[in-house]
Design a protein. Structure first.
Length: 341
């Protein structure tokens, strides 16, 4: 493709060469997968097909959302714990800001990959630690699937209607239907390209935003009923008991934190998912005044300025320390009146 203007002129040739040299490829994405994580794996798989190349796709711990069941090849996804990374000569991390985002196996997986394989890292998070041999990090992208649409063009990969639908799913999921501030003119242009390529927008919107099982409604009702609002921070939690009572899985709670963030007067929202050893936390903010990626960073997490997360280890006292710290950090500073002597 010499002489052709590329979207990623530095990284795309390196990625093409790495794929062409590989015989066995492992594609990896993060724990508690969302639409962008799942779609990234399925879409990038298309770039690796050919030359009798073996391709495996793996996700960190967590349930694949049932509403993504329409995506092609989704039944080929497997848990990272079931994969022997030593069998691969190319490992590609997608939508994962650091190896810990993949889950407890992340560090060991990356260490083994560095020993035996070439490692590529493709992501849109500004907090990405650039841990691979080739790092394609575009923090201006609204989703990793936005990056992949441009990358596949660089690689000369034809985007069929099923792949267009997959890529559009990732973009729609991460932007909540093109409604987040991360949505740019380029995001819309990429979306138009995917629509022209045959993306099934009706199917995507129905699956992500319109149609939901009754178990989701029951879970949301209980979680919203437990909401605490301090005037600056609004938060709730989901426990195993709540999941059991509603018949829902954890992925069905993912939209709650975005809903809470829209509460008038709230400066930040948090959703705490109870785990055996602590909590998984998702955070959101609407305005520019609160950067939740910095708040998550106080607890070794990360993400975007308006969408981030972290993990808490410990008992109820650790949860309270987190809530107290966040509430203090987001409280508006009050200017003292001038001395009027």
């Amino acid at each position: 493709m010499s002489g052709v203007l590329m979207n990623y002129p530095s990284e795309s040739p390196q990625i093409r060469e790495a794929i062409q040299r590989s015989k066995s490829v492992l594609l990896v994405s993060h724990a508690n997968p969302d639409a962008d994580a799942v779609a990234s794996l399925l879409a990038f798989r298309q770039a690796c097909i050919g030359d009798q190349r073996n391709i495996s796709m793996a996700l960190g711990p967590g349930t694949v959302p049932e509403n993504l069941g329409y995506l092609p090849a989704i039944d080929e996804l497997q848990p990272i714990a079931a994969v022997d990374v030593n069998k691969f000569d190319l490992v590609v991390f997608l939508d994962s800001a650091d190896e810990d985002r993949v889950g407890p196996e992340g560090s060991a997986l990356l260490e083994a990959a560095r020993t035996n394989a070439h490692v590529i890292n493709i992501d849109h998070h500004v907090t990405n630690t650039r841990y691979a041999d080739v790092n394609l990090i575009d923090a201006e992208a609204a989703a990793t699937c936005e990056i992949l649409t441009l990358l596949l063009s660089d690689l000369g990969v034809e985007i069929s209607p099923p792949i267009a639908t997959t890529l559009m799913t990732g973009i729609q999921g991460d932007t909540l239907g093109l409604r987040t501030p991360s949505t740019t003119g380029r995001t819309l242009e990429v979306g138009a390209t995917l629509l022209r390529a045959g993306a099934d927008l009706d199917k995507i919107v129905d699956s992500l935003f319109r149609v939901r099982p009754y178990s989701t409604l029951k879970l949301w009702a209980e979680a919203l009923g437990k909401t605490t609002f301090t005037g600056d921070l609004i938060w709730t939690e989901v426990t195993e008991d709540m999941l059991s009572r509603s018949g829902a899985d954890e992925s069905e709670a993912e939209g709650i934190v975005n809903f809470l963030a829209g509460t008038e007067g709230a400066r930040a929202a948090a959703m705490l998912y109870r785990k055996p050893d602590g909590w998984r936390v998702s955070m959101r903010s609407l305005g520019d005044e609160v950067d939740v990626s910095k708040l998550a960073g106080l607890f070794d997490g990360g993400g975007h300025s308006r969408a981030a997360g972290c993990r808490l280890s410990g008992d109820e006292s650790e949860r309270q320390r987190f809530l107290d710290t966040i509430a203090e950090q987001i409280r508006p500073s009050i200017a003292m009146p001038a001395n009027q002597n």
